[in-house]
Design a protein around this ligand. Structure first.
Ligand SMILES: C[S@@+](CC[C@H](N)C(=O)[O-])C[C@H]1O[C@@H](n2cnc3c(N)ncnc32)[C@H](O)[C@@H]1O
Length: 350
């Protein structure tokens, strides 16, 4: 069965990588079907009921960079005639039941079509009306959504991601604030890339105010944080307490983690960047080099570490013996570009 993810446009690759990571975390058997600007279609095996329980439940609760999940009715070329043929020809069973009402909403992605979506909403509505269903704009039972990107994807809405929950956790709204924190949506997407599952042990060795730890704690991980500055460890405690999470915090050095080897399931961290950063090390180069060696030591075999930096963590990670899975570049503003490197510890190493 095909499902579509309507993605946010905040980054070209991260929203896609996040969806794929969440499908893996939930153990779904899937393959990529179609990937167009801000819409990813995957073919998921298994019973519709089981798949939709996972999509509406844990996957919707975890995702940060997706707006909606749809059950796909069909995919057409992105011109009105092709879309109307699709809307005319699909069989309604499986999407809308007898007696249910519907609404059609079209979403144009960037410059990919030059015709108004509203006209198509009415025409598709007409096609569905002729199949024997009534429209209800205010309180419909079923919402048909048409995503107009490089292709046109028509589907019914399965669930919407509560993106405002991330805004509510913006750094300024937490009990303790300190500048230089990742926004919660980015932090959550990175936590998802780490593949962490509920009940597993997650660590951030440069935890600062616990922005990343809060997102990992909210997906059910047991979180461990280390930071060199006492005031930040105290602040991190206040922020983790506010969300009643399961945590352990230590004032310490990421170059000498007080942890046994192969004990941590996943790590996401943003070490200090820029020349003016507060660091406990002789130089940023030494800090990166020894912290990545420690990350490799404490990770369980197969465990993932996501490192955000303004410098290339790649070489330090490779030197430490980590495998590189993905690299994403994020331009934050004119003078700050972040590199997100996804490493994995080899499975046969302890
Ligand atoms: C970019 S900030 C991390 C921000 C964090 N993600 C948050 O949510 O607030 C980097 C942090 O690394 C800490 N730090 C610097 N040197 C360190 C070291 N050797 N070991 C552990 N933490 C260190 C700093 O105190 C700072 O809080």
């Amino acid at each position: 069965m095909l499902y579509a993810f309507e993605l946010s446009g905040e980054h070209e690759e991260l929203p896609v990588a996040e969806v794929l990571a969440c499908l893996k975390i939930e153990g779904l058997d899937f393959r990529l079907h179609t990937s167009v600007d801000q819409c990813l279609v995957v073919d998921i095996a298994g019973t519709e009921e089981d798949v939709e329980i996972a999509l509406k439940g844990p996957i919707s609760e975890r995702l940060a960079m997706t707006h909606h999940i749809l059950k796909v009715v069909g995919i057409a070329e992105n011109n009105p005639d092709a879309v109307i043929i699709l809307a005319d020809s699909f069989k309604p069973s499986g999407y809308i039941r007898e007696g249910q009402s519907f609404v059609v909403r079209a979403k144009r992605i960037k410059h990919h079509v030059d015709f108004p979506g509203e006209l198509l909403e009415q025409k598709i509505g007409g096609c569905i009306f002729r199949k024997g269903f009534r429209a209800n704009m205010k309180n419909p039972d079923v919402e048909f959504r048409l995503v107009l990107s490089e292709k046109a994807v028509l589907g019914t809405l399965l669930s919407s991601i509560n993106r405002s929950a991330y805004e509510a956790r913006n750094p300024q709204n937490k009990p303790f604030f300190h500048p230089g924190v990742l926004m919660p949506r980015v932090a959550r997407a990175l936590v998802n890339l780490s593949g962490i599952k509920p009940g597993e042990i997650f660590m951030d060795p440069f935890c600062g105010t616990a922005g990343i730890l809060v997102e990992a704690g909210l997906v059910g991980a047991k979180v461990i944080g280390i930071d060199a500055q006492e005031k930040l460890v105290l602040g991190a405690r206040m922020n983790l307490e506010a969300f009643e999470l399961n945590y352990a915090l230590m004032e310490g050095d990421a170059c000498r983690m007080p942890l046994k080897e192969a004990t941590i399931n996943a790590i996401v961290t943003d070490p200090p960047y820029g020349r003016s950063a507060a660091i406990l090390a002789e130089s940023l180069e030494i800090l990166y080099s020894c912290a990545l060696e420690e990350i490799q030591r404490v990770l369980k075999p197969g465990g993932i570490a996501v490192v955000v930096s303004d410098k290339d963590a790649l070489e330090y990670g490779k030197k430490a013996g980590l495998k590189v899975l993905e690299i994403h570049v994020q331009r934050v503003h004119r003078s700050l570009t972040r590199t997100i490197t996804v490493f994995q510890k080899h499975r046969d190493e302890i």
